[in-house]
Design a binder for this molecule. Structure first.
Ligand SMILES: [Zn+2]
Length: 320
């Protein structure tokens, strides 16, 4: 097992190898090193740490859970779709999260320790432990605050509510969020598995993105919040995936209308990145700013704008 050093522009850095994982772990720690050392035996820590769960209270100093990240979203944008961490390994890093699968084979939703694939054909299945993951974020979920919401008219409106909470708790930390409830509208996307040689993520999405609209659906949105300093490593702000209560529908969330739901937020001040041990990763030039590609891949609006521009450049009459 090799150790590699990654240099990041964030305060305190520690480098360690996570047992059982092929990749390299980079810890970005707010200050105390206790969090990471206690977390290295993370596989069983979820329930024992739960004693500190105080619903409604803000982040306690005793709450030291960790957000794990497999690779960089910026790698995925360049077509690094080879899975580097198995589903079994991912389950030692968290029980709640998002991501994708080897070959960009659908959207990953992790909930209550189970990993689901919302596939490009609209189906949902629980994946085998041998399935591999090229990119994702996961954490052992502990709700630090909960909030009831109803009649939220759009994804943007929901993000405003979430942003208010984040600004109260601290906008420069990580959050894992689950939103359980009923949704009068749920617009999601997934994508078909890619074949090698892989193109970029936006080439894959232009070709093989599939969108699905659901009405009056019950389920859970699982999401993460990344602070603004994460623009070279992930998507800044919110990123949500959805899975229905009957585990038959899901995907990457583009738009919603909430009927009634409960938001549970997990404040997280410890962050670890597991970098892939692959040639493709080593050869990728991360000095290039790919935040625009990331935004385009993750948001509906940009895709619409691109289509609009293409139509207009071609001189095709537009509906807009
Ligand atoms: Zn997504």
């Amino acid at each position: 097992m090799r150790k590699k050093m990654a240099f990041l522009m964030v305060a305190t850095l520690m480098v360690s190898v996570i047992s059982g994982c092929k990749g390299v772990s980079v810890d970005i720690n707010k200050g105390s090193s206790e969090a990471s050392s206690s977390e290295s035996s993370s596989s069983d820590s979820s329930s024992s740490e739960d004693s500190g769960k105080a619903s409604g209270s803000e982040a306690e100093s005793g709450n030291k859970d960790t957000m794990f990240q497999v690779s960089l979203l910026q790698g995925l944008t360049e077509g690094d779709f080879d899975g580097s961490v198995s589903a079994a390994e991912y389950k030692t890093m968290g029980d709640t999260g998002i991501g994708t699968f080897d070959g960009l084979n659908g959207e990953l939703v992790m909930l209550d320790g189970k990993i689901f694939r919302a596939a490009g054909d609209g189906s949902v299945e629980e994946v085998d432990d041998s399935e591999t993951i090229p990119f994702g974020n996961t954490s052992f979920f502990e709700a630090d605050s909960t909030q009831e919401i109803s009649d939220v008219g759009s994804y943007e409106e929901l993000q405003d509510i979430l942003n208010d909470s984040v600004h109260e708790l601290g906008a420069n930390y990580f959050y894992v969020v689950r939103i359980d409830g009923s949704f009068s509208e749920m617009h999601v996307r997934s994508e078909l598995k890619q074949e090698k040689p892989y193109g970029t993520i936006n080439e894959a999405l232009e070709k093989d993105q599939k969108e699905f609209d659901y009405k009056d659906i019950e389920g859970t949105m699982v999401g993460i919040y990344c602070p603004s300093f994460m623009s070279q490593l992930n998507n800044v702000g919110w990123h949500f995936h959805f899975v229905s209560d009957d585990r038959s529908k899901g995907g990457h969330v583009f738009e919603i209308k909430v009927k009634d739901a409960e938001i549970s937020m997990d404040f997280t001040d410890d962050y670890k990145v597991v970098l892939p041990d692959s040639e493709k990763f080593q050869e990728t030039d991360f000095s290039v700013d790919r935040s625009a590609d990331v935004k385009k891949a993750e948001t509906k609006q940009k895709i619409l704008m691109e289509s609009w521009l293409r139509f207009n450049i071609k001189g095709t009459p537009s509906y807009f």
